[in-house]
Design a protein around this ligand. Sequence first.
Ligand code: CA
Length: 353
Amino acid sequence: MHTPRSPGSMLAHLACTLVVAGALGCADGAPASHAAASESAPPGMRWIPGGEFTMGSDDPTAHPNERPAHRVRVDGFWMDETAVTNAEFARFVAATGYVTVAERAVDWEQLKQDLPPGTPKPPDADLAPGSLVFTPARERVPLSDLSGWWRWQQGACWKHPAGPGSTIDGQPEHPVVHVAWDDAVAYATWAGKRLPTEAEWEFAARGGRYGTRFAWGDELRPGGKPMANIWSGTFPVEDTAEDGFAGVAPVRSFPPNGYGLYEMGGNVWNWCSDWFRSDAFARRSASGCLENPPGPRDSWDATDPLAKKRVIKGGSYLCCASYCESYRPSARRGTPPDTGSSHVGFRCARSAQ
Ligand SMILES: [Ca+2]
């Protein structure tokens, strides 16, 4: 946990050495792992058979941090069918008494480590518990200025996603949001699971389909059918909900991918276990086919070099063709591990027994 949770600095972080221990190259023709064939499926999880695939993208429209495409191989593993829901997270909190990062006051001593030297301490009121809440802009705003649609809301947390007075009552099947990376790890540990690596997540998101722009093909809406919960209309002013939802949708609202996983694109971003480096793929592309890459040893974002970030994947209900388009499997972003927001959730993985 390193990163600023103060309003201004957190907003800055929301913009849209790889150590690969054992990166010895993939064995040609090696079979995918079937280790789970004799293992009964954990409830709510799907077996991802593993194999070799092309990670990242060389598409001219891909973000620079997705390039270059490179070969990666992952072992088989279990993956949650859906993002962790409010009901599931509530059971975790009830069993453990866990208090999420957004429900704790900001630790100034930690916060200032990621700020320019000499940055003055904010007023105590700005260090009160809270989280980042999406708020539509009243009119078109520069898409380079995230403060045009994100606000720091005291009291916002997983139970009160829009701040005090808001509730998740009646939304047990919505993905839990306002969870920091540390919260996701705490939940996964309690559940006997772990966060997926970025490589596992991207492999799983593709659902066995490769070489297409989206997990379901090259058309965003094949035959006019919405395949993911994304933004429609003018971002960030008005979401016309053409896919049926403005804001977070309950899990299983859209068709599953080829592995039976729901909402691996759109709805809410998913935390991964890796540190985020914007140059990660460039640094490892010469290493040949990588086996189960765990991600970089450290974090670095060219646009935000002081912050330490973890990888998030999948995009959210705020993504659209004109802004980020991160519901593509290769899309990736870094977010400070102590920063949650109203469009970031997670799902868990589990290694074969
Ligand atoms: Ca939508």
